[in-house]
Design a protein around this ligand. Structure first.
Ligand code: ATP
Length: 351
């Protein structure tokens, strides 16, 4: 099957600012693909290059096998949904949804029918004759989605479309968006700086920083096997521990943890010397002896679990999560505790 989007060594320069340093990635047809990264990492630039709003300084972008360098934005089989929905305020909801079809010179009957179907898909049939100002923010965003989907783009680009909504609505819309993508079978490319949003909806995620793609993978791969410090730190909460790699053999490394204990971990090309280990807070348990020794600073009750904030003997801060259902004794501040790292939970990082 042909891939939906293929980006080969894309470079983008604005004067002497380089926004993208040779990005390569492939997005499959039918995929919910997310570009995730902090402000300024280049994700919007990449999306705008796919849409045709920005040209590519160097490199190539292919849509379904076709080089699109010379294709005007309105001739590309893509459509964009923006953060601010940009609905036409004087047009009814249904006319807003039908707008793109009118531009494509679709006959009036056919476009009313298609727009009505789109409104049904986003559960807004009852609002067809209202003006955008008579809708809530979430409803307006759904109209914007229906409008973008009406002309049947092959790829839908979504630039932080949920960030103007309040938290509850944003959470509900995540589920709706994923459902919509599955129902339509259209490739979605979603831009966000919100890692939770990315983890809940995406088939695959490209984590970006400073104009580079740092890692591409499923939510689980990125969370459980981050390749470097940036990814480990940006996705979820983690402990980054300085360690010394003593030996590497058959893909296994022996490392010395702070405090002197030794641990066997998977190695991925790291050599002997100083590195960092990432250990998720929920993958350590309190024990008598343990791999690490720490002193508890404070315990924070968070509903389903408790966060334990502790310090290793050398002062390195450490976070731990204890499930409240585990019924483990909660350590008091000031107490010395031992911590056992779950087998396979410690990831040796490339710096
Ligand atoms: P945000 O989440 O804040 O939108 P982003 O990851 O989408 O950030 P971009 O908007 O793609 O980042 O910007 C990437 C880099 O390119 C930034 O350093 C930005 O300042 C720069 N940049 C973007 N547009 C222009 C422009 N028109 N002229 C000059 N520099 C630009």
């Amino acid at each position: 099957m042909t891939d939906a989007v293929e980006i080969r060594n894309a470079v983008k320069r604005y004067g002497n600012v380089t926004a993208l340093h040779g990005v390569s990635l492939t997005i499959r047809d039918n995929e919910f693909f997310t570009l995730l990264g902090p402000s300024g990492c280049g994700k919007t630039t990449l999306l705008r290059m796919i849409a045709g709003f920005e040209d590519v300084t160097e490199g190539e972008i292919r849509l379904f096998g076709q080089n699109i360098a010379n294709l005007e934005p309105n001739h590309r089989p893509v459509n964009t949904v923006f953060q601010h929905y940009a609905l036409f305020p004087h047009m009814s909801v249904i006319d807003n949804v039908a707008f793109g079809l009118k531009m494509q010179k679709v006959a009036q009957d056919a476009r009313r029918k298609r727009a009505a179907e789109m409104l049904e898909m986003v559960h807004l049939s009852a609002f067809a004759d209202r003006l955008p100002a008579q809708l809530s923010g979430g409803q307006q965003q759904r109209v914007a989605l229906a409008r973008a989907l009406a002309p049947s783009p092959k790829v839908l680009l979504l630039d932080e479309p949920l960030s103007a909504l309040d938290l509850k609505l944003r959470q509900a819309m995540r589920v709706e968006l994923k459902q919509l993508q599955e129902d339509t079978g259209i490739t979605f490319i979603f831009v966000t700086h919100d890692q939770e949003e990315a983890l809940t909806m995406s088939d695959r995620i490209a984590v970006m920083s400073a104009g580079h793609v740092q890692q591409i993978g499923t939510a689980q791969e990125i969370y459980e096997a981050p390749v470097n410090r940036f990814v480990a730190d940006f996705i979820g909460e983690t402990n980054l521990l300085p360690v010394e790699v003593l030996s590497v053999r058959d893909g296994r490394a022996e490392v010395t943890l702070p405090g002197g204990h030794r641990l066997q971990v998977a190695a991925a090309g790291q050599g002997i010397g100083k590195h960092h280990l990432s250990i998720r807070p929920e993958r350590m348990a309190l024990t008598e002896a343990g791999d690490l020794q720490a002193v508890v600073d404070r315990v924070v009750y968070l509903g389903t679990d408790r966060q334990v904030i502790a310090r290793l003997e050398d002062g390195t801060p450490l976070h731990l999560r204890l499930q409240n259902s585990d019924r483990v004794a909660v350590p008091a501040p000031g107490k010395r505790v031992g911590l056992a790292v779950e087998a396979g939970a410690a990831r040796l990082l490339a710096d």
